[in-house]
Design a protein around this ligand. Structure first.
Ligand code: GLC
Length: 528
């Protein structure tokens, strides 16, 4: 079995939306198992599956009621074991989601905790008295409103950084830390290869529970999340220590990996300092780099982001990423051409390239009406901001439900599935899918693309071209990307041979060490 150091890609599967094998309109674990052959064909060598544990599903599985059992919506433990076995036979590693900072309010720990003030599990969660007939402080929940919910039974408030059905665990309690580490061991012992660790910024909070500062730059409803600077509710004094303790479970095993979900907050200081706080926690722990979300589409912007991240990454494996189940689809954000070139770049940067299911075929945001919305985080009746947009069913073919299910799916299939689907892109040579496949195979066969170091090519001639150089024991590879709409020229090194490109190579010309490429084109060169 491949070791993590040799893994080149991570494919994220949102299990509700990948493939439904039992005809209830919701994807399941057997559906993932069935499609592992497709992922292997594509050249994927690790997957991350979003939560499938027992849950009332108020946040579709990010509200866990039993960390060690499978929710019947997704299947049974034997199904998961069969999935794991088949994945390993195909040399695909399996990463699952660990949600360490909150549980469901239906979890037995919380049921006990809320039952009385002197219950032994009271301190598993964060309970406080109100202040002046109101919440204990001004902290806001990411899903809207106050982070505090009053519980009649014991007359205190509990903290929930997300939905009120997701009470925050108290990481200052060593018993809680021990429980979570045991959950990690349970899955690692079963053969799971790694953990994607959910929403870690609140793992440590201000011990005095002081108010967050107000944000002077915010105009709008003063109760909004954005109306505050989250200087007290996140990244408290034990932030690194708790992450380190969690990641150290990897040391008990041969080859396990963790990757933290972390969005740095520019209101809390330099974002790369925040990245480096995480990326230096443990050699087996990394963080997703999700910084391509702004709309500043120019070479220098992207160049700076890559350089800064790599500098903060020290010796951990970088996880470059352009989409996930919480962000609008990249094609909808950037348009087809830019999304294609960003995927090209993402697959040629060092470490592990992360692909969100469907991004390999260019899936777009769903066309949803207010009645379709299922995500409880969605502001009332707002389709525009709903995370359901990026969670619509995988488009396998052009049939009624896109080959996802035989029944009406839990979210509507995008109408564009008649054109954008795996089957039709498999046979179109220049499809986004075939570009992914080609690059994923290259990443696996050319060690320079995965492990080679990366530097910036200075003086590419003008501000439109991003030039990256990869190097590994005497070998060199170059990636040039044109951020302009029109064709651009730049100089290339001697003896550089085109390996692949986002566009047909017939559209690329080279003369006297000057190369000209079309707008929004990316090209990979290797020096022979
Ligand atoms: C993470 C997940 C998101 C979830 C939240 C609360 O950000 O990615 O989907 O709603 O945590 O668990």
């Amino acid at each position: 079995m491949k070791i993590w150091q040799d893994v080149a890609s991570l494919y994220q599967i949102y299990p509700r939306s990948f493939l439904d094998t039992n005809g209830d309109g919701i994807g399941d674990l057997n559906g993932i198992t069935e499609k592992l052959d497709y992922l292997s064909w594509l050249g994927i060598d690790s997957i991350w599956i979003s939560p499938f544990f027992v849950s009332p599903l108020t946040d579709f599985g990010y509200d866990i009621a039993n960390y060690r059992a499978i929710d019947p919506t997704f299947g049974q433990m034997e199904d998961f074991q069969a999935l794991l076995k088949k994945a390993h036979n195909l040399d695909i590693k399996v990463m699952i989601d660990l949600v360490p900072c909150h549980t469901s309010d239906q979890h037995p720990w919380f049921q006990e905790s809320r039952s009385s003030r002197d219950n032994p599990k009271r301190n598993y969660y964060i309970w406080r008295d109100g202040k002046d007939n109101s919440e204990p402080n001004n902290w806001r929940s990411l899903s809207g409103g106050s982070s505090w919910e009053f519980d009649e039974l014991t007359g205190q408030f509990y903290l929930h950084s997300f939905l009120k059905t997701q009470p925050d665990l108290n990481w200052d309690n060593p018993e809680v830390r021990a429980e979570i580490k045991n959950i990690v061991r349970f899955w690692f012992d079963m053969g799971v290869d790694g953990m994607r660790v959910d929403a870690i910024w609140g793992i440590s909070k201000d011990p005095d529970f002081k108010d967050d500062s107000t944000n002077p730059d915010f105009y709008g409803n003063p109760d909004n999340y954005g109306a505050f600077i989250h200087d007290r509710c996140k990244m408290g004094p034990h932030f690194q220590k708790y992450l380190q303790e969690l990641a150290s479970v990897c040391d008990e095993y041969n080859d396990k990996q963790m990757v933290f979900e972390f969005y740095p907050d520019d209101k809390l200081g330099d974002i790369y300092h925040q990245y480096s706080q995480i990326l230096t926690v443990h050699p087996k722990a990394s963080a997703f780099f999700m910084e391509y979300r702004d709309n500043e589409w120019h070479a220098k912007n992207i160049e700076k982001k890559i350089e800064n991240y790599l500098q903060s990454a020290s010796s951990t494996t970088p996880f470059f990423c352009i989409g996930n189940h919480d962000q609008p689809r990249i094609v909808s954000r950037l348009g087809e051409e830019r999304a294609r070139v960003l995927s090209f770049l993402n697959l040629l940067t060092p470490g592990i390239s992360v692909i969100y299911y469907g991004d390999e075929i260019g899936m777009m945001n769903g066309e949803l009406t207010a009645d379709d919305i299922r995500d409880n985080f969605s502001p009332a009746n707002s389709v525009v901001d709903s995370r359901d947009l990026e969670r619509t069913p995988m488009q396998w073919n052009d049939s009624q439900f896109a080959g996802f299910s035989s029944a009406k799916p839990w979210l509507p299939v995008n109408n564009n599935h008649t054109k954008i689907n795996v089957d039709s892109e498999k046979i179109a040579n220049d499809s986004l899918l075939n570009m992914h496949r080609k690059l994923l195979k290259l990443r696996q066969t050319l060690p320079i693309l995965k492990n080679g170091d990366l530097s910036i090519v200075e003086n590419t001639g003008n501000g439109f071209i991003l030039g990256l150089k990869r190097g590994l024991v005497g070998q060199r590879a170059y990636i040039f990307i044109n951020f302009a709409d029109e064709k651009q020229s730049f100089s290339v090194p001697e003896n550089a041979k085109i390996i692949t490109s986002t566009h047909s190579v017939n559209l690329i010309t080279a003369e006297n060490l000057q190369m000209t490429i079309p707008g929004h084109c990316g090209v990979l060169l290797i020096v022979q």
